[in-house]
Design a binder for this molecule. Structure first.
Ligand code: ADP
Length: 703
């Protein structure tokens, strides 16, 4: 019986991991997991939109800032031009007043005009015309008449004269930029109500822009002066043409003329990533997003691993709980580190009381303490017996046999951390074994009785012979004694003694037959003891001969002389011999009487396998007949219980023989006899020194 038989039928419950796993509802809480991500996702979306909106907003702000700046600067330039022109207007009006009133000396006035022209680059010349338009005084040497001025300017002068107010003349549009364009300012001179002439100041339009507009503004902007028809009168583009992104126009309203100052910045749209700062913020944000993503992935992986782990733990716990085998782990010092529920059930002690316990353990039976300690010393030395039987003590004092399998407990790195023991409660198995043995014995006893039934009649007949002989010898002796009584002194002791001796021998022979029958039939425990093969055969010979005589078979024994003693159960082996010889005798019923020879051969042989006990030498006993032999179909079922080819056969003989031989550690085999018939042979171990001779050594008990 396998040591696992005890729990084999139940192992089906624990060896179905897949469906079992499905039964456990340890799936992840997906609803909760879904909600958990909503907030981070929203935050990330918000963050991303802010990230995109921020540079766009910055760009817009910068753009409008630039536009505002341009407007402010244009305004400032316009103001500057207006202020400068206003200052000149003022001066010219003063000079005109002086001329009209006639106070100023001509020379001094001319000097003032010259100084004014020199000090202000935008002024080209200042000329005083008389009422007829002839030049009276000029800031330079050029002498031109009022009428020689361009028609536009002349018309304005006329309007100024009529309206008595100083007026600017519309500058002529540029035929080409090379030709200098002038802006004439006409101040009519009146002495009282009498027109006395005209003071005309000519500005160089190009100088207005170059002199009055500061360089830094000109560097950043293209500046245009246009008339009311948007015709360009002058352009200054020191920093290159404008980009038409930031533009502004400002009316430069002067008396008599309306000009427009247009500015067009050379700067383009601000870039979306204008600064290193924004760039680094974006890089950092992208890094942040990446790490968020990585974190997300990592958390998901962890959650999955956690779920799988939980499933594993649940599965293992369930498996542990349903195991029928007790599990016990110990560290290298022998302290208990783990016990499963089955082990706790077995010993009747809760896990909390067992874990951390060092020897002596509460489940150790006091009577086996020495063996436990011996084993514990082995554990400390790092060697254990991989499999052994012992007894454990339940909390209620009950003892129970256990089969223990020990193996090293190794961690991930391959280092041994302790010992793992699987413990099987083999009480049931032991009971089954006992029952089996008892039944076997009963069967053997019944077989013996059956054998005896068969030979009972022969026995009665055979006993008749010695009893008849005894009877006749004793009758003869009695007769002699009676004759002696009639004729005293005539007793022939020489005749009486042998008769009595023969009677005694016959009585012994009868007694031996009866004894052998008695010991054979008696039911008893098997026990092995040293004996010789010769003695075995001698003991059983009377019974063999009884049967042999019945079938006219002659029995021959060939026993090697120097055969050593063997360790055997005499009665069992006698039964084996009796069965084999009986089968042999019966097999020879159908052959010629002269060939009916039964041979019993005992000799020394080498052990067949190293498993067989003894020191490599065995004694082999062969029962050889010349009978009908064994056909192949019979050979197949020869040892099956209740298999027989005989009408009254029980079919148990060979089965019992094989069990008995195997009990002795040998094997019962059969082969064809080359001379016809069959040979049955089996081996017996030779008695080696120090071999146990107790009666129950079939199972080597280890504790
Ligand atoms: P039984 O003798 O009651 O039939 P056994 O188990 O002793 O039961 O034998 C089983 C069968 O084996 C026999 O019926 C017989 O056919 C066969 N058998 C046993 N020994 C021999 C033999 N020496 N020669 C031929 N047949 C044999």
């Amino acid at each position: 019986m396998s040591p696992y038989n005890v729990c084999e039928p139940r192992s089906a419950y624990i060896m179905i991991p897949k469906p079992f796993r499905q039964n456990f509802n340890f799936t992840l809480p997906t609803r909760r997991q879904g909600w958990r991500w909503v907030l981070p996702v929203l935050l990330v979306l918000l963050f991303l939109s802010t990230l995109l909106w921020l540079p766009w907003q910055t760009q817009r702000m910068e753009s409008s800032e630039r536009q505002e700046q341009l407007i402010a600067d244009t305004l400032w330039v316009e103001q500057t031009i207006r202020f400068q022109l206003g200052r000149h207007e003022e001066n010219l009006r003063l000079i005109a007043n002086e001329i009209a009133s006639g106070y100023g000396a001509e020379k001094r006035l001319r000097d003032r005009l010259v100084t004014m022209v020199r000090a202000n680059g935008e002024l080209v010349r200042i000329v005083q015309f008389n009422a007829q338009g002839a030049p009276v005084m000029s800031s330079d040497d050029m002498s031109i008449r009022l009428q020689e001025l361009p028609a536009n300017s002349l018309a304005t002068a006329e309007r100024a004269r009529k309206s008595k107010t100083p007026l600017y003349a519309q500058p002529a549009a540029l035929p080409d930029l090379a030709t200098p364009v002038t802006l004439d300012y006409h101040v009519p001179l009146y002495s009282g109500d009498t027109y006395a002439g005209m003071l005309t100041a000519s500005y160089s339009i190009s100088s207005i822009l170059s002199e009055m507009v500061p360089w830094w503004f000109a560097q950043d902007n293209e500046i245009l002066l246009t008339d009311q028809d948007d015709t360009v009168i002058d352009r200054r583009a020191a920093g290159g043409p404008g980009r038409n992104v930031y533009t502004h126009r400002r009316a430069l309203d002067l008396p008599g003329v309306s000009l427009t100052l247009r500015t067009n910045s050379v700067k383009g749209e601000p870039k979306l990533l204008p600064s290193l700062l924004v760039g680094s913020v974006i890089a950092l944000s992208l890094g942040l997003l990446w790490s968020l993503g990585a974190l997300w992935r990592d958390i998901n992986r962890r959650l999955a691993a956690e779920g799988a782990l939980r499933q594993q733990v649940a599965f293992r716990t369930a498996m542990e709980n349903s195991l029928m085998t007790g599990l016990r782990a110990r560290d290298l010092t022998g302290r208990i580190t783990y016990v499963n529920p089955s082990f706790c059930r077995m010993v009747g002690i809760p896990a909390e009381e067992l874990i951390g316990k060092a020897p002596p353990m509460p489940y150790w039976a006091p009577e086996a303490m020495n063996e436990y300690n011996q084993r514990f010393t082995q554990v400390l030395a790092g060697t254990v017996t991989p499999q052994f039987e012992t007894i454990f003590l339940r909390a209620n004092g009950e003892r129970f046999p256990v089969l223990i399998f020990e193996s090293p407990l190794v961690d991930d790195s391959g280092k041994q951390t302790g010992w793992m023991g699987s413990i099987l409660d083999i009480s049931d198995r032991k009971q089954a074994e006992d029952l089996n043995r008892r039944q076997q014995e009963k069967l053997q006893a019944s077989a013996r009785l059956a054998t005896m039934g068969e030979i009972a009649s022969t026995l009665a007949h055979e006993l008749n012979q010695p009893l008849a002989a005894i009877s006749s010898y004793t009758t003869g002796a009695l007769n002699m004694i009676e004759k002696n009584a009639e004729n005293p002194g005539k007793l022939n002791l020489d005749l009486l003694k042998p008769a009595l001796e023969k009677a005694g021998t016959q009585a012994q022979r009868a007694g031996q037959i009866i004894r052998s029958v008695h010991t054979f039939v008696k039911r008893r425990e098997p026990s092995r003891e040293p004996t010789t093969v010769a003695m075995l055969i001698d003991n059983v010979m009377p019974l063999i001969e009884l049967q042999a005589r019945q079938f006219f078979v002659s029995v021959r024994t060939e026993i090697d002389e120097d055969l050593p003693p063997v360790l055997a159960d005499r009665v069992l082996l006698e039964q084996v011999l009796l069965n084999l010889t009986r089968n042999a005798i019966e097999a020879m019923q159908g052959i010629a009487p002269e060939r009916r020879i039964l041979r019993i051969v005992a000799r020394r042989v080498a052990a067949r396998t190293t498993d067989e006990p003894g020191s490599g030498q065995n004694v082999e006993i062969a029962v050889i007949d010349n009978g009908h032999g064994i056909p192949a179909e019979v050979a197949e079922r020869l040892f099956s219980p209740f298999f027989s080819t005989k009408a009254e056969g029980m079919g148990m003989g060979l089965n019992i023989c094989r069990t008995a031989v195997e009990f002795h550690g040998g094997k019962l085999i059969h082969s064809d006899n080359p001379e016809g018939g069959t040979i049955f042979r089996f081996t017996l171990p030779m008695l080696a020194e120090g071999m146990p001779v107790d009666g129950d050594s079939a199972i080597i008990r280890e504790t």
